[in-house]
Design a protein around this ligand. Structure first.
Ligand code: PLP
Length: 389
């Protein structure tokens, strides 16, 4: 058999390899602290579980769901957007239920990208953006994303011939893995740029509700002109501890939403209605469960950041997300340093290079572990990296 050209060019998903190394240690009896996962440690709140249990008992939910999502879920998503961002959208034309936002991000490629086209992706970014290109035999153009530009992907130097074949620009703020947040002026520049060059702006807003220090992340759809060029992806995974449930939604430009809906109706048959009921309970709740998560992550961030800086793993206080992005010591690559602390401190972190070459020199550390495990991880790393102190 012969696998496809695009799959041959696709590297195995980074986390698959990382998890393999960690699992090998665990099998041999080692207690590994996984600061590598972007998966909230807390359970899904009980009221959300209860909504699913109740929906499971109703046989009307046992049939095929609507392709684009139930009207009820899409209305709940629309009213969440209204309450949270003051953005008004038509739930039936401008909202689409997704099997987790990753699914929508990658399938966006099927709707907009042809072989030989370009997809504009940040040079450090969530791997699904590049997959939207590679799965279509298209090319990625890496927009430089570095500490010098505050990790705001730079789209000012893209060659004209690339722009002529560029279909989609992916951005995501608050950012995984860097924790960077984008000022509204940056989103405005991206909107203007995409309008000028007839490019779809795909904004991944998976962390919009995980903010600290009073910060409130914006929606790109709040910005003037966004509705003409932008689609925005929301996830229930991080805010509501629902990673395993696989539910998210896309909102924005009607043509983009309808194109993605058309792709999906040819591939999947929607999200189980009982899961959408649980999603409605989450979106319509008073959001206090999200606030509790934020308080927990903020506390952990405040514990971790000074400790890492003391070990000379320089990092800043992220204003959002569940990650800290830290510089590694001289003499290592991201991968060799991650291996070093995995093998010697039994702490798993994610090498920055897994998010693109510009991530070299950094590691991503997750805050999604209980406080006592984080404290223990810090202790182990300190013993390894700053012995005698
Ligand atoms: C976790 C994550 C997602 C995907 O979440 P889903 O579980 O697929 O909804 C999307 N983008 C970023 C940047 C993420 O970290």
């Amino acid at each position: 058999m012969r696998i496809s050209k695009c799959l041959q060019q696709t590297k195995p998903y980074m986390f698959v390899e990382l998890n393999r190394k960690r699992a090998a240690l665990e099998v041999s009896g080692v207690d590994v602290i996984a600061l590598s996962v972007g998966d909230p440690d807390g359970p899904t709140p009980q009221f959300i579980v209860d909504a699913m249990v109740q929906a499971l008992q109703d046989q009307r939910n046992h049939h095929y769901p609507a392709y684009a999502g139930s009207e009820e879920f899409r209305m709940a998503a629309a009213s969440y957007l209204k309450k949270r961002f003051g953005v008004e959208v038509d739930p039936l034309q401008e909202v689409l239920t997704l099997i987790g936002s990753k699914e929508g991000l990658v399938h966006l490629g099927n709707a907009f990208v042809d072989e030989g086209d370009y997809v504009l992706v940040p040079s450090i970014g969530y791997p699904a953006y590049a997959a939207a290109a590679t799965m279509r035999n298209a090319k990625c153009w890496l927009m430089p994303t570095t500490a010098q530009n505050a990790y705001l992907a730079d789209f000012s130097n893209i060659p004209t011939e690339v722009l002529a074949r560029a279909k989609v620009m992916f951005l995501g703020y608050p950012n995984n893995p860097t924790g960077a947040c984008a000022p509204e002026s940056y989103l405005d520049q991206a909107i203007a740029f995409c309008r000028e060059h007839d490019i779809l702006l795909a904004h991944d807003n998976a962390y919009c509700d995980i903010c600290f220090d009073g910060y409130r992340a914006p929606s790109v759809l709040q910005r003037p002109g966004a509705r003409e060029v932008a689609i925005e992806f929301f996830s229930l995974s991080k805010g509501y501890n629902m990673t395993g449930w696989r539910i998210g939604f896309a909102v924005g430009n009607t043509q983009a939403i309808q194109a993605l809906a058309s792709v999906k109706s040819n591939i999947d048959t929607g999200v189980f209605n009982a899961i959408q009921k649980a999603g409605i309970a989450a979106l319509e709740s008073d959001q206090s469960c999200v606030q509790e998560n934020c308080a927990a992550y903020e506390h952990r961030r405040n514990l971790l950041v000074p400790a890492l800086n003391e070990m000379e793993l320089a990092c800043a206080y992220s204003k959002a997300t569940i990650y800290v992005w830290a510089r590694i010591p001289e003499g290592y690559t991201s991968a060799s340093f991650a291996d070093y602390i995995l093998e010697n401190a039994h702490v798993a972190v994610t090498p920055g290079s897994g998010y693109g070459e510009d991530g070299e020199g950094f590691i991503r550390i997750s805050l999604a572990v209980p406080d006592d495990r984080l404290v223990e991880a810090v202790r182990r790393m300190k013993t390894l990296l700053s012995p005698g102190e």
